[in-house]
Design a protein around this ligand. Structure first.
Ligand SMILES: NC(=O)c1ccc[n+]([C@@H]2O[C@H](COP(=O)([O-])OP(=O)(O)OC[C@H]3O[C@@H](n4cnc5c(N)ncnc54)[C@H](OP(=O)(O)O)[C@@H]3O)[C@@H](O)[C@H]2O)c1
Length: 173
């Protein structure tokens, strides 16, 4: 079941429950050969649906739960590949676009909810040895998760609208 169908099911299951922290982690890279001149727009749409619309859908659907929660925190696992400032070489057009877009969506949501005491941030998990990151990635899953948990525990409303690396340093948009 994709996000459009599964989000209302999750929201209904959690109705009336407080949620302190929402972590939007699910993501896809899309086909590796989506190069300029050979873009598959159906695949592009699917990547946007998961990486960009998915986190927005979930955040919107779970707002009542988050508003009732103690920390009002939304953490979206984005990527350094969504940093426009850091994009200096070609490739990964579709994935980069989806992550830059989710960065902007979360920054917009941060400005909208900041007045209510929300902390809405995006994070880069590092290059991690998962199915997506592959075997040559520099971090194992445990280390990345440990760093991210430490970062999330330290988040405060003054961090609202920021883009963090897994080690807690700030990344350029
Ligand atoms: N690995 C890296 O080096 C790296 C670097 C930067 C950012 N990231 C980001 O980190 C996040 C986690 O990636 P990963 O490395 O763990 O990738 P992964 O190994 O490919 O795992 C992706 C996860 O997302 C889930 N998922 C994908 N589409 C979904 C959907 N439509 N609905 C629900 N769940 C869905 C998958 O569930 P199923 O297995 O059930 O499909 C899987 O659990 C992603 O947002 C990714 O973009 C990863």
């Amino acid at each position: 079941m994709g996000f459009p169908a599964s989000t209302p099911v999750l929201a209904a299951a959690l109705e009336g429950r407080r949620l302190d922290v929402l972590v939007n982690n699910a993501g896809i890279y899309g086909p590796r050969d989506l190069r300029l001149g050979a873009i598959d727009y159906e695949a592009f749409r699917a990547v946007l649906e998961t990486n960009t619309l998915g986190p927005v859908r979930l955040t919107e659907a779970l707002l009542p739960n988050l508003r009732a929660g103690a920390r009002k925190t939304v953490v979206t696992v984005s990527s350094i590949m969504g940093s426009i400032a850091r994009t200096q070489s070609p490739g990964a057009l579709v994935y980069r676009t989806s992550k830059a877009a989710v960065n902007m969506a979360m920054r917009s949501i941060a400005t909208e909810l900041g007045g209510e005491g929300f902390t809405v941030v995006v994070v880069h998990p590092g290059w991690v040895r998962t199915d997506m990151g592959g075997p040559n990635a520099t971090l194992d899953v445990g280390t990345s998760v440990e760093h991210l948990v430490r970062l999330v525990e330290r988040l405060r409303p003054t961090d609202n609208g920021r883009f963090f690396d897994h080690d807690g340093s700030e990344l350029p948009w």
